[in-house]
Write a protein that binds this ligand. Sequence first.
Ligand SMILES: Nc1ncnc2c1ncn2[C@@H]1O[C@H](COP(=O)(O)OP(=O)(O)OP(=O)(O)O)[C@@H](O)[C@H]1O
Ligand SMILES: [Mg+2]
Length: 464
Amino acid sequence: MDYKNILKLVSENLYCGIFIVDKNGKVLFYNQSIHDLAGLKVENAIGKHLLEIFPRLTEETSTIMRTLKTGESLKNYVQNYYNYQDRKVTIFSSTIPLHENGQLEGVIEIFSDVEKYNNLNKSKKRNKVNGKAVYTLDNIIGSSTSKVDLKNKIRKTANSNSPVLVYGETGTGKELVVQSLHNESNRRGKPFIAQNCAAIPSTLFESILFGTKLGSFTGAQNSMGLIEAADGGTLFLDEINSMDITLQAKLLRFLQENQIRRIGDNTAHDVDVRIITALNENPYEAIKSGKLRSDLFYRLNAINFYVAPLRECKSDIVELSNYFLQHFSQKLNKNISGFSDEVLLFFHNYSWPGNVRELRHSIEHAINITEGSIITMNDMPDYVIINQQKDIIKCCNSDIPLASPAYTGPLYEQVEKFERNVIVNALKQYGCNISKTSKKLGVPRQTLYYKMDKLKIRMDKTPE
Ligand SMILES: Nc1ncnc2c1ncn2[C@@H]1O[C@H](COP(=O)(O)OP(=O)(O)OP(=O)(O)O)[C@@H](O)[C@H]1O
Ligand SMILES: [Mg+2]
């Protein structure tokens, strides 16, 4: 394998730049990264002296030249400089000496574009206006026991300063819970800063979280981290299991000391921030697979919220459906009065792997395309129907015991077992196609759905 070509290929497709210079400061390797930070073509860079390419830099202000001089690494630096085209860029860099047989032979600098990253991050922010949480408890729809308990727990724990861990499958409403918690607390009116840990390259995250104080030689300014920005309020770290494990240790230290030290700063500052974290996989599984430090978990878990999947709180489905129906009818200016019985039965039986988000999108889809005054199965998105058929296949292949031909017990039980057998076999025969199965059995689709529900031929993976 030609490692030089592989390095070239990888570096051309990275969101960061790579510079390698020899011991005299001449460029040996430079990648034209997706974000062109140096502002010049590769062929014009190779062989040139670094200070020729960056005329505004000097032996003192260039991190590469400094490492060449001292032989020491300069890790996690934020620098402002003017590139070949005299465009001001802000980069985040690590500069590392390259040794061969104990001799300094050159330097490699790996850097990324802080501004581009910040813009990328801004566009990812959802449901937040200027660091504010917009959802309150009233936005959490549902009267199931688990929803009522959840709302009570939010009220009870809102004014505590203890960290919080929210766990629930995707689309269950974790963002709603977190924002409501902030708005219910006496921190409301103070900043609510949310950051998805999966959205930041791990090399950048530490400086984004803790901020930076820069050495004067770089000429760059100090920058405030997210923790300081949230002072007095709440910092929500979503998908905490995506945070680099060594950074998790630093977050734990902050949680223990309530003090932060910007990178490059020797002094620590007191900060009053409530940390809320969320993850959409079981935290114990995340610990087992090494994605979550157990010591951090126990600290974060001081208060925990489990947001149940929709299939575990089916009694919320009708309330949520009516809420979304009203919301989208109004928004799309349509006059739709409700759902057909078949749709309601389907809603009840379906396993909703995407939870409330999937229900919301299905209703939005249906309202967009319906031409009638009620939503019917024909208005449901195709992927939901396909998922439902997969559910049935799983169900048919599962170990629910089918009644044996030698039925026993009271007559009504024997009849039920027999009926169940007939329906499951027909579903299998027609690849779980409801229309074909109902035709074959000579019953309307609605009746088939009704019987499947009654006989516990469930759409769920695990029949109740
Ligand atoms: N109980 C609820 N009442 C009203 N809307 C809800 C409820 N739960 C979730 N939603 C809606 O469902 C969608 C998904 O919710 P949210 O973004 O909070 O999920 P999440 O758990 O954070 O998902 P992910 O893990 O994918 O980030 C949003 O549009 C939200 O408004
Ligand atoms: Mg979320």
